[in-house]
Design a protein around this ligand. Structure first.
Ligand code: AMP
Ligand code: MN
Ligand code: MN
Ligand code: MN
Length: 334
């Protein structure tokens, strides 16, 4: 186990929500982590990754094999609005001796912005999240037709079919489409220079193809996660275009809805900003998660290769009272 965040399980089951002044009721780990910043290349835990069940490039079993080769022993597969890859990943995880926590990444709305939540589900999806995922699947289907119509107005003929072809090329045509499929179709048709350009001009935040109308309110989606015994994690809080104050408002609303953790580290992240985020999580009494947000091999990111977290007394999410027993049981049977 890496000691980037303290790994001591909490001693009580206090809720995560108490702010630090007066002192937090959330259990504070007894020992502070001794190593941080630069000396850990591959932490052995990664709780945010994608497969071909959404917009990732590797089949779930291939991804798990790569995770194992890289020495990551605990992972969550968190495909966008889908847990279709979990069964295959679970079989591979057993074969490779990796502990796999079922999960997904939900697209939601907050003040009319798209926000992503990571759902960590030790008991898998129950009735509430399963119904939520069906709703997300339909929302994504409807949205893809709307994005296609908008892309056709920009000059991309047969947009739906072209995006479907790109989805097939990237690993799976048998899933609802996502914006990267349309981005690749724009590049292929010569309407954008590259993926970044396609997002910047047509599909990114505030552009024509950024259709978010169909996503549920954040509060509702947190409810699905909590109803099925999961832990709701705010995904990559530094990636939204929000000031620190607004980010605080987002996190407070998230906590009011039942959210309990946030990604302290997502992919490659500036250490000063991570320190600032750690202070904010501490003030709010949230647990900290870490994840690469890995999608494709061949790039700079790999499973477990995210920036190391800063030194902090914020407890890691794998010590959360509903997740610690899951990891302990998995380790005991290995
Ligand atoms: P969707 O879930 O359909 O809204 O698509 C969102 C996904 O698009 C994200 O999870 C990323 O994988 C990808 N994405 C978003 N912005 C960019 C960007 N600027 N460049 C490349 N990929 C992006
Ligand atoms: Mn993605
Ligand atoms: Mn995301
Ligand atoms: Mn992601």
């Amino acid at each position: 186990m890496s000691d980037v965040l303290s790994d001591h399980p909490p001693t009580s089951e206090s809720p995560a929500h108490q702010p630090s002044s007066p002192p937090p009721a959330r259990p504070v780990p007894r020992a502070l982590p001794q190593r941080f910043e630069t000396d850990i290349e591959v932490p052995d835990i990664d709780l945010h990754m994608h497969s071909t069940a959404s917009d990732g490039g590797m089949a779930p079993a291939e991804l798990v094999a790569l995770v194992a080769r890289r020495g990551v022993s605990r992972m969550s597969l968190t495909d966008h609005d889908s847990m279709e890859g979990i069964f295959e990943a679970q079989q591979a995880a057993i074969a490779h001796g990796v502990t796999l926590l079922p999960g997904c990444e939900l697209s939601v709305r907050w003040r009319n912005q798209t926000i992503h939540l990571v759902a960590l589900m030790p008991e898998g999806a129950g009735d509430a999240l399963s119904a939520g995922l069906r709703q997300q699947h339909d929302a994504r289907e409807r949205r893809s037709h709307e994005i296609a119509a908008r892309m056709e107005r920009l000059g991309l003929s047969d947009a739906m079919q072209r995006a479907r072809e790109q989805a097939t090329l990237s690993g799976s045509g048998d899933r609802p489409l996502s914006r990267p499929d349309f981005a690749r179709a724009l590049v292929e048709a010569g309407l954008a220079r590259d993926l970044q350009d396609a997002f910047k001009r047509h599909l990114g935040s505030g552009q024509k193809g950024d259709v978010k109308a169909h996503w549920p309110e954040m509060e509702e989606a947190v409810g699905w996660i909590r109803a099925d015994g999961g832990v709701a994690v705010m995904a990559h809080p530094m990636r939204y275009k929000l000031t620190r104050t607004k980010r605080g408002e987002l996190l407070r609303d998230f906590i009011s809805a039942g959210g309990e953790a946030a990604e302290l580290v997502s992919g490659f992240q500036n250490i000063d900003r991570a320190r600032d985020l750690a202070r904010q999580l501490d003030e709010l009494g949230l647990y900290a998660s870490v994840g690469s947000d890995f999608h494709f091999p061949g790039g700079p990111l790999a499973p477990g290769s995210m920036s190391p977290p800063p030194r902090t007394r914020v407890p890691p999410v794998w010590c959360h009272p509903r997740l610690a027993p899951f990891f302990a049981a998995a380790t005991a049977t290995m």
